[in-house]
Design a protein around this ligand. Structure first.
Ligand code: SF4
Length: 661
């Protein structure tokens, strides 16, 4: 949570409660939930303060490895790309490049947002065309991206925009503003330009966050409060934004800082003033966006939740507290709160794409999307089955935390947790059945068949993993690991996509593509998770190397065994039989993994999954379906960006913020 103390809970609270009349305490509580959502090590949501009797808020406990620990497990980073993030030194040079980039970008197809790879390809082609060095690649990508987004951004009403400023713009030596849990609280002393921008932007109606691209940004967008971003940041931060925000279709205009020094930084201020107070509406959207569908997915678990899944035993507060109401209440709470709703989003997006992608084509500022009850319930069922599997998975792994609070078996006991997992499966069946009248019995049955098959395959994969853990077989090969991954992770993506296509009457066309594509997506995603496990407090686990310590049959382990042969087998056997402290064992495993080159091999396999998935998508005829599948590849298999650590002048080390999908 270290970095999050810097982000504005107050600002977020304001941003997320516009017009909803909540109390300040409620605003702060909700802001905290949002922030926890994005810090959740379990990759899904956090519900810090349950209203359903789950007890007091529970903060995620992060176990960090101190400097003097015997087994420092450093965060693995992507190869440095800092040599590609140079900014031309003179204003004249920067302005020339900007003009040339606009000329170049006019020739590009701008009907849909560029993926990061596309932007990089265009950036390279542009630099070659104008005879400029590769070092300006990041800068060129920003310029081309800005050309693409400028008209869309200017068409966003002021009160739907967010201005993101970096605190490093401040006057480092004399700034009287403090950092507190609300971020940089600018006192508007006038010593730097932050105050000027903040005052003017707030007058216009912008939400202003002096914290760069904080991880809450996309959530604020998805919650429906912001449709466009004007962001000032160094090229490192903008690189992440390209990965995570731009591909979702959020109009974003970026102003690059001249350096990434994180102290007394500078930018071309007139670039900000050129767009800050300009509003130029467009008759219609000029590009596509997945944001309205993300919002629609979120609403299924928010304002539409109880309409689509009415309570039976817990209609009153008294019933919620009763013995008979407990299971329903906790299950509903677990389903409604937590998770990025990514799987339901896939279902809604597939449904839209198979019908020509009209919602996506309506663009980022489209009015609220109306999802019919039947389609909404099917999307919710996907989430119900997924949540059920997580409850049981937490029990099997004896995980302590999920969504930043105690796992259900820890807070409610083993028996009740198993029961709640079962209950969620029941909810999944019920939701599909409830959609039968609208969708027709045949469609409902086909979707049920697909979801039950997915659930069975997941259990097969989970069973194989547990069996291996109970009786490790050191002949375990990479192929074995990949088979487990294909069973455990791919079916949920497959069921989500299939459901959308089936509801749109297009399932037959994609019957071969969906399983093949989802296999690549699921396998790549799981390998990325393996790699993140060694990052410690990344998306996945609380302690670095936890998968290895608990003897999960991961691809990394299989690759080490394959490369290290009998010696690696002996070493691993010894490590797991030994009574050494965890940190000692971790250090030995890590050394073995490095010596056998497993991290590089795993990264190469993710890339291979990505390439295979993309080559499958290349052959898809429908433009809207093809766009969705590329988007899924970009989102699910996004490589981890380089994330340099910086020292602030106040001596607090923090990471540059990330914008997370
Ligand atoms: S204007 Fe605000 S951010 Fe800039 S130096 Fe003054 S107090 Fe600090």
């Amino acid at each position: 949570m270290a970095g999050f103390s810097r982000f504005g809970w107050r600002v977020v609270a304001e941003a997320i409660t516009i017009g909803n009349g909540k109390s300040t305490a409620a605003k702060l509580r909700r802001a905290k939930e949002l922030i926890l959502d994005f810090t959740d090590p379990t990759h899904t949501d956090v519900h810090a303060d349950s209203t359903s009797g789950l007890g007091a808020p529970i903060q995620p406990v992060r176990v960090t490895i101190e400097d003097d620990d015997p087994a420092p497990v450093k965060r693995r980073r992507r190869k440095s790309t800092s040599h590609l993030k140079l900014v031309p030194e003179t204003l004249e040079h920067r302005e020339n490049l900007r003009l040339e980039a606009e000329r170049f970008a006019k020739r590009l197809d701008t009907s849909k947002p560029f993926s990061r790879n596309e932007l990089e390809t265009h950036g390279r082609a542009f630099l070659e065309e104008v005879g400029q060095p590769e070092g300006f690649l990041g800068f060129a990508m920003v310029l081309i991206g800005n050309y693409f987004w400028k008209r869309q951004f200017l068409a966003t009403p002021f009160n739907r925009r967010m201005l993101l400023l970096p605190h490093c713009l401040k006057h480092a030596e004399g700034c009287p503003a403090d950092y507190d849990q609300f971020g940089l609280d600018c006192e508007k002393c006038g010593a730097c330009s932050i105050a000027d921008y903040k005052v003017r932007a707030e007058q216009l109606g912008y939400k202003v966050l002096v914290a760069e691209g904080s991880p809450i940004v996309l959530r604020i967008i998805v919650e429906g409060y912001v449709d466009g971003i004007l962001g000032v940041a160094c090229l490192n931060v903008l690189e992440k934004a390209i990965d995570k925000v731009l591909i979702a279709g959020v109009p974003s205009y970026a102003i690059p800082l001249h350096t990434g020094d994180c102290k007394n930084t500078k930018m071309d201020e007139h670039w900000v003033w050129e767009v800050l107070d300009k509003y130029e509406p467009l008759p219609q959207a000029e590009t596509t966006s997945y944001v309205p569908l993300m919002r629609a997915s979120g609403k299924l678990f928010g304002e539409r939740f109880e309409e689509l899944l009415p309570r039976i035993r817990t209609k009153t507060p008294e019933q919620k507290k009763s013995v008979l109401g407990l299971t329903e209440d906790v299950s509903y709470d677990w389903l409604a709160n937590g998770g990025k709703r990514f799987r339901p989003f896939i279902t809604l997006a597939a449904y839209d794409a198979a019908q020509g992608g009209q919602i996506v084509a309506a663009g980022p500022g489209a009015e609220a999307v109306e999802i019919s009850p039947g389609v909404g319930r099917v999307a919710m069922a996907i989430e119900a089955f997924h949540k059920a599997s997580l409850v049981h998975d937490d029990i099997q792994d004896d995980d302590l935390y999920r969504y930043g609070r105690e796992t259900l078996h820890r807070s409610h006991g083993l028996g009740p947790a198993i029961n709640i997992g079962d209950y969620l499966i029941g909810i999944g069946y019920r939701l599909i059945n409830m959609s039968r009248e609208e969708l027709g019995a045949e469609v409902a049955c086909d979707i049920l068949d697909s979801m039950s098959t997915a659930h069975i395959r997941l259990c097969d994969g989970q069973g194989a993993e547990m069996a291996w853990r109970d009786d490790p077989n050191w002949e375990f090969s990479p192929l074995d690991a990949l088979q487990i991954y294909a069973l455990k992770t791919s079916p949920a993506f497959e069921a989500a996509l299939y459901a959308g296509f089936r509801m749109a009457g297009q399932a037959d066309i994609y019957k071969d593509l969906v399983p093949q594509f989802c296999r690549q997506l699921g396998v790549g995603f799981q390998i990325l998770n393996d790699l993140k496990d060694w990052q410690g407090d990344g998306d996945n686990k609380l302690v670095a190397g936890q998968d290895a310590l608990t003897l999960r049959p991961t691809l990394l382990l299989a690759l080490a065994l394959q490369a290290g042969g009998a010696e690696a087998q002996k070493e691993l056997q010894e490590i797991f039989d030994s009574r050494e402290p965890d940190q000692m064992r971790l250090r030995r495993i890590r050394r073995l993994f490095i010596e056998t080159g497993v991290f590089e091999k795993a990264e190469a396999l993710v890339e291979k999954s990505r390439e295979r998935a993309e080559s499958l998508v290349d052959a898809v005829e429908s433009e809207s379906v093809r766009q969705l599948l590329y988007f899924l590849v970009d989102t699910v298999l996004a490589p981890e960006s380089e994330e340099p650590e910086i020292k602030h002048d106040d001596g607090l080390a923090m990471s540059l913020p990330v914008v997370v999908v």
